[in-house]
Design a protein around this ligand. Structure first.
Ligand code: PLP
Length: 391
């Protein structure tokens, strides 16, 4: 067995989190699997089995990769440039979120050429000046969509928006955004549209209850045990990053470690070299702050992180090449958590889990099987993915 670094994906945890949100939303759960399922890889079938009824992704490419993987549930793709492959999306029954007349026109024209009706969710900006249509442009966008519905090239099946401050339930912006969204839905209906689903809430809004009463909840982070609101006790982290010692050595006091010799050993100690660096997703900003778990004990990473390697100070213990090291995990055995890593790097958990690089093998662990993915799945067609199962 090679001493590879592994990102172990705990499928059972993702299933449990999915079941929790399926129940909390009364079954109105769209699983958001963008960015390679927040770095967790091929888990679409698991979340659908565990209670999600549809899937949301950012790009059409991500949606098509799920279709190629045999996902037949509804899929929504919400961010595409005007020259995206809308034809492929329409032919694969992928719903498209649209936020501007230019995009609406491009989608409708493509569908008309194919003799199909595109399934569209109109996306309104209720406060964060990001991907939705500006409020001032909304009535005209609705009117244009209605006209294109008449012409037969699209069907508005949904209206959506995304909240800016839902992780702070007491923030006055939440009420403002909710009211704007309700108004937007009313405007759409008054212009003759009949969306069957309206959706505003993501993980934080669902956990804090600031966006109740709509047909779908788009849940990403929460499925992976990340709670942006810090209010839930139910969610389980779903990743462990492990590696193995390459070499170890004893050094004397005054030994400088790593680029710039930022770290200097104070006393005689042992150093172990780990084959992971910022090129594999360890945030360089966590240099001189982070710990890893070696032989059941927390040990500090010392010196600046390099692209391909970091050094751990194992104190009086000399560890052997090949010994396992846990970089992060759910925390049950004393290992650092993703949340701790996020703190060390002054970032959020989302960034830690989505950045683990392609040199790290993905291993899906359920209670009975293990499946290995080589490389990242978003860019890799399902048919070329190597899968190995061992019981
Ligand atoms: C990422 C994203 C979500 C999911 O948000 P979480 O906080 O991860 O649940 C929902 N909607 C949109 C538009 C998104 O971009």
């Amino acid at each position: 067995m090679a001493w590879t670094s592994e990102l172990v994906v705990h499928d059972e945890a993702i299933r449990a989190n999915t079941a929790y949100f399926a129940s909390a939303t009364g079954g109105r759960l769209m699983a958001v699997l963008k960015a390679d399922a927040f770095g967790h890889g091929a888990i679409a079938h698991s979340v659908l089995e565990a209670g999600a009824t549809s899937i949301g992704v950012t790009s059409i490419d991500e949606a098509l990769a799920l279709r190629a993987d045999g996902v037949s549930a509804p899929i929504l793709s919400w961010l595409n440039p005007v020259d995206a492959d809308f034809a492929a999306a329409v032919l694969a029954d992928v719903d498209l979120a649209v936020s501007s007349p230019v995009l609406l026109h491009a989608v409708a024209q493509t569908a008309a050429r194919l003799g199909r009706r595109a399934r569209v969710h109109l996306n309104i900006d209720v406060g964060m000046a990001r991907e939705g249509a500006p409020v001032e442009a909304w009535p005209a966008l609705c009117a244009m969509a209605r006209e294109l519905e008449h012409l037969g090239s699209l069907h508005v099946v949904g209206v959506m928006a995304h909240m800016s401050c839902a992780d702070r339930p007491g923030h006055p912006q939440n009420r403002r955004e909710r009211l704007l969204f309700e108004n937007a839905v009313r405007t759409a209906r008054r212009r003759g549209l009949a969306p069957s689903v309206t959706h505003l809430a993501a993980t934080a809004a669902t956990l804090t209850g600031v966006a109740e009463g709509f047909e779908l909840h788009r849940i990403g982070a929460g499925l992976f045990g990340i709670d942006p609101s810090g209010t839930s006790r139910e969610l389980l982290p779903a990743l462990s990053l492990t590696t193995h010692v390459v070499t170890s050595r004893e050094v004397g006091p005054g030994t400088g470690i790593g680029y710039g010799l930022d770290h200097v050993a104070e006393r005689r100690t042992h150093l172990a070299l780990l084959p992971l660096g910022y090129g594999d997703g360890l945030p360089r900003a966590a240099s001189e702050r982070a710990d890893v778990l070696v032989r059941g004990r927390r040990r500090p990473l010392v010196g600046r992180f390099s692209m391909d390697m970091v050094v751990v100070d194992t104190g009086e213990e000399e560890v052997a090449p090949g010994e396992p090291v846990t970089v992060f995990g759910p925390g049950a055995h004393g290992e650092p958590t993703v949340a701790e890593w996020a703190g060390w790097a002054d970032t959020i958990e989302h960034e830690i889990v989505t950045r683990v690089g392609s040199r790290v093998a993905r291993v899906h662990r359920t209670s009975t099987t293990e499946t290995t993915e080589t490389g990242r799945t978003t860019q890799t067609p399902a048919s070329t993915r190597q899968e190995a199962v061992d019981a």
